[in-house]
Design a protein around this ligand. Sequence first.
Ligand code: ADP
Ligand code: MG
Length: 587
Amino acid sequence: MSVNLASARVLRGLPQAAIACVAVVVVASFAPADGYYLNIFMQAATYAIAVTGLVIVLGYCGQISIAQAAFFGIGAYGVAIGTVDFGLGFFPSLVIGAAAAGLLGLILGLGSLRLGGHYLAMVTISFQQILTLVATNWIGFTHGPDGIRDIPRPTLLGFSFRNGHAFLALCLVTLVLVTLCVWRLKTGRLGRAMQAVRDNELAAGTCGIDVFSTKVIAFGLSAVVGGIGGGLFAGGFQYISPDQFSFSESIVLLTMALLGGVQSPFGALVGTGLLVILPEWLRFLRQVYLAVYGAAVILIMVFLPDGLWGLMLERVRRRAKPIEGGVAPLPLLAEHGEKSDEIVLDVQGIAKHFGGLKALDGVDLSVRRGSVHALIGPNGSGKSTFINVITGLYRPTAGRVIFAGRDITNSAPHLRNRAGLARTFQNIRVFRGMTVLENVMVGAERPGNDIAENPAAGVERALAALDFVGLRGDAHRQVGALSYGHQRYVEIARALAASPRMLLLDEPAAGLNLTEKQELGALLRRLKGHGLTILIIDHDMNLVEQVADHITVLNFGRRIADGLPNEVLANPDVIAAYLGEPRNEAA
Ligand code: ADP
Ligand code: MG
């Protein structure tokens, strides 16, 4: 089923790909015969492939890699050494080079386990430098600073690519195919997972995404694509040397990606084209050429943070139409609903200490299936910490968490989500770079879900969830364009789209105005009506009284009351600790 779907998706892109390939072959054969221009085209095409690789790791996954020239170089050396020294064919050498690049990319990606941001960027720079040192000094294998010359071009099925135009056509066709694949990646499940990791790692993890492997895969894919570009570069110029793959080339590739717009492979094309051609155009300026070139790049980057392609995309987006037609209702709780005495979540003696601060100190809590359980307490009493421990963002200092009969105390956040725990955050954590629909699809696609492998069903499920919270009409808007309250609804829809066994809401009413609070109350009552098991934290006693079947009260990290709402709210300890005077105000 999933295989058929995958092939159907590839087939859908085929006509466009075929047309684009024919077009570039025509362009290639009409390219000026002059070797100078041919070389410029060749450089632009092979660089653009490498830059497209950067789109995956930096644009989609948000990981800075300043080593793309190294992967480009590995692909180039693969072809050069394979053909010249080992007498292999061009294409087998290309495959070996790209695979070697991919493997090293995966290894570099492993660095992202412990490092993020600037530190990871520095590791990629070191990697780049090491590769340059190896290429320069391991003379027996790489031919050292002299480089490798007379790299042969291939023949395939009797057709020769020896001629410059033919080889350029090969590069352009590869570029088209790579662009298409990377573009498709963006709208698929893996690409969405990468973008979720980019926009909010914590939230991505709690949506069932294995953050670490997603990053490692992004590094690997990016390196493979870089290697393919480099292999073709070696065939195109028939001579390579270490200085062509140095740190400064990595910066050039990075600039190309940022200039064109790193979010899209089309941006990579624009950026590469511009940065290869611009210096040629500006040559007439002689001495000041570099200054003008640098200034132009800086200006574009400052004023167009999403790159040139981002600017064009913004116009297209504004014209997107809402999706028409009905969807099946959200299959919210078919299997998990219905109230019963079964305990879904059983938390035993949970403690969480931050240094000397006991944010949680031996808290017990059990939630019954189909009930709405409220967790209340003054600010700083440990409520958010409690949810963070349950969803795996914090490791508890002591205690156990049993969910649906399984001990999940030490499971990673994404595995807890896959087991059926979904949550929202006190401080909204939506995926800002994505549309409302894409945000919710990330939730719908959690592995292990009945629809995880089926993209069409993912859209359906996400739309159903949006329908449920009343945001169906906003599906195609950027999530950042919504009001604060509606962004909260997007988070709730994202959590619901996974058809969770249990929903954890951390202060869903925080920051909402009165009307929005009333809407939220109605939404919660509807969820309750469906029989979803909910653990809700809130300050708003009105809201809690409307929906709660059971209340637990925390104070200074300890449980001070637990029971039915009317008992708990009448408890003198609770009134003293939390409600006090404001009780009247809330009523
Ligand atoms: P609540 O959600 O009930 O308002 P929290 O769970 O956010 O309270 O915080 C409980 C206590 O734990 C507070 O004193 C807070 O400062 C502390 N705390 C929470 N998270 C951390 C952290 N990551 N590091 C250190 N202290 C923390
Ligand atoms: Mg809190």
